[in-house]
Design a protein around this ligand. Structure first.
Ligand SMILES: C[S@@+](CC[C@H](N)C(=O)[O-])C[C@H]1O[C@@H](n2cnc3c(N)ncnc32)[C@H](O)[C@@H]1O
Length: 234
C-alpha cells in the first residue's frame, strides 16, 4: 500500500509537513548502519512528524536487542533479558515536533512496534509495569516543541515558557534499575564541546562532552526501578 506523505496542502504550506517514504528512510539510515543496529545508540529526529526515521531505527534496535538477549546455542531470546534490552533500545529514541497530533501519532507508532515485539518474545512473562515504563519514556522522549527556539509549544504552536528538556536514560546496574538525568536541550546543543564533537566526528552524543562529562548541564537526576517508573516525576 502506498504510504501517505502529505496530510493536507494547508499543513504543507503552514509547517512544511511532507513525510519521508520508507525506502528513502532506510537508504539514509544505511549510511550510519552500525549505529542504527546498536541497542544503546541514541537518535534525535528534530522535526519528527509521525516518526518516519525513528520507527525504522527502533525496528533495527529491537532486532539487535533480540540478538543480545539470545544465549549462545539458543534460537530465541530470553524473556527478561529481552525486556531490559528493549527498554534500553526505546530509551535512545528522541523526537521533537511542533504539532501535537504528530507527537501523539509518533509516540503511538513507536509504542506499537515495541509492544508487538515485547509480547511476541516475552509472552506470559510480559508485564503491565514494563508497558507503562515504555509509555512513560516515550512521553518524555517525544516532545511537542519548536526545535529552532528549543522551547515547548502550546496548542497554537506558540512557545511556552518551558524549555525543552531531555532525559538521558542509562542502565548501570545488573537489574531493572535505571538512572535518569534531565538536561536542557538548549544547553546541550550550544555547549562548546558539542560543536567540537560535530566538527571532529560528524556526529554527536547529545549527553556527553569529549571527556564524557555532563554535570554542568544537569537539571535533575533520579535512580529507580523501571517497573515503577511512573512513581518518579513527570
Ligand atoms: C518535512 S516534515 C518531516 C517529518 C519527518 N521527519 C519525516 O521525515 O517524515 C517536517 C515536520 O517538521 C515539523 N516542524 C516544522 N517546523 C518545526 C519546528 N520549528 N520545530 C519542530 N518541528 C517542526 C512539522 O510539523 C512536520 O511534521
Amino acid at each position: 500500500m502506498a504510504e501517505k506523505q502529505v496530510k493536507s496542502k494547508q499543513r504543507v504550506a503552514d509547517h512544511g509537513e511532507v513525510f519521508t517514504a520508507e525506502r528513502e528512510v532506510n537508504a539514509m539510515l544505511d549510511l550510519v548502519k552500525q549505529e542504527t543496529e546498536r541497542v544503546d545508540s541514541r537518535f534525535l529526529e528534530p522535526a519528527c512528524g509521525e516518526g518516519a526515521f525513528l520507527v525504522e531505527i527502533l525496528r533495527r534496535k529491537l532486532n539487535a536487542a533480540k540478538k543480545r538477549a539470545t544465549l549462545p546455542k539458543r534460537k530465541s531470546p530470553e524473556a527478561f533479558a529481552f525486556e531490559k534490552q528493549s527498554v534500553i533500545a526505546i530509551s535512545g529514541v528522541y523526537g521533537i515536533d511542533l504539532l501535537m497530533d504528530n507527537v501523539l501519532a509518533c509516540r503511538e507508532r513507536l509504542y506499537r512496534i515495541w509492544e508487538q515485539e515485547y509480547d511476541a518474545v516475552c509472552k506470559n512473562e510480559a508485564t503491565d509495569e514494563c508497558r507503562q515504563a515504555v509509555r512513560f519514556i516515550l512521553n518524555r522522549n517525544i516532545v511537542c516543541g519548536n526545535a529552532l527556539t528549543m522551547m515547548c509549544v502550546d496548542e497554537n504552536q506558540k512557545d511556552t515558557k518551558a524549555p525543552i528538556a531531555f532525559s538521558e536514560w542509562t542502565f548501570p546496574f545488573n537489574d531493572t534499575r535505571v538512572q535518569r538525568k534531565d538536561y536542557s536541550f538548549a544547553e546541550l546543543m550550544t555547549s562548546a564541546s558539542m560543536e567540537d564533537e560535530i566538527k571532529r566526528t560528524g556526529q554527536m552524543d547529545i549527553f556527553a562532552d569529549e571527556n564524557g562529562e555532563v554535570e554542568p548541564l544537569l537539571l535533575r537526576q533520579y535512580i529507580f526501578d523501571y517497573r515503577r517508573m511512573q512513581d518518579y516525576g513527570e
